[in-house]
Design a protein around this ligand. Sequence first.
Ligand SMILES: [Zn+2]
Length: 290
Amino acid sequence: MDKLIKSISTSGAFRAYVLDSTETVRTAQEKHNTLSSSTVALGRTLIANQILAANQKGDSKVTVKVIGDSSFGHVISVADTNGHVKGYIQNAGVDIKKTATGEVLVGPFMGNGHFVVITDYGTGRPYTSTTPLVSGEIGEDLAFYLTESEQTPSAVGLNVLLDENDKVKTAGGFMLQVLPGATEEEIMRYEKRIQNMPSISSLLESDDHIEALLKAIYGEDDYKVLSEEEINFYCDCTRERFEGALTTLGKADLQEMKDQDHGAEIVCQFCGKKYQFNETDLEEMINDKA
Ligand SMILES: [Zn+2]
């Protein structure tokens, strides 16, 4: 079971989220059959979205679109405030590693583009905010977004580690934010600690990476855990929703599907689930239009 832990320094000047997203990214890889680089790019985007959704109150939805101009195409993800996230990557087949180290490459194959965040508070008037991609590595792009767009100085580290068969071994990350009232001295102390902390990959390698992350973030400073929340990959698609989409087509289009294709199949792009509509289903839709 994946989890997200919210914590705050005892001084009240810093807060941090730490995440174990291993099952989330593993499920995404299974559903989309992603190869190495695509797995990491999609996984990091899902983790970024889990962080952004945890930052919202009430019953909200947060969509993250990483719109790059290189091999991956777009990475699209939607999360809600109940711990659910879903997402997909346009090109699931990117598999590029450094020959010498086997390190999976992401940023260069995202290319230039934008980090788009759409927040829907359930009012029907979603709020969109966009920042340029800094590196396409996702973690840095999220930190830049939080600092620029939400005006909260933030540090982010997130990653997906793969095993020798390119399957997900561990995934997770953290976000640290400076809150109003932090003293210069405190800010410098935390900055120095973050700059000198072990790489996110080596922290994720720890037996308990949640503990390792908290220790790396807070060091000798006291903190308290505010909450521990369950997070997972979950797609809310239903047959009814796709049926609704089909019925928005014209009568002629539906007739053509019935006569020529003898049915219709719709694949949910977020989870890969297939929905079949046979000739009788289409006939009913056509009759409903008459
Ligand atoms: Zn779905």
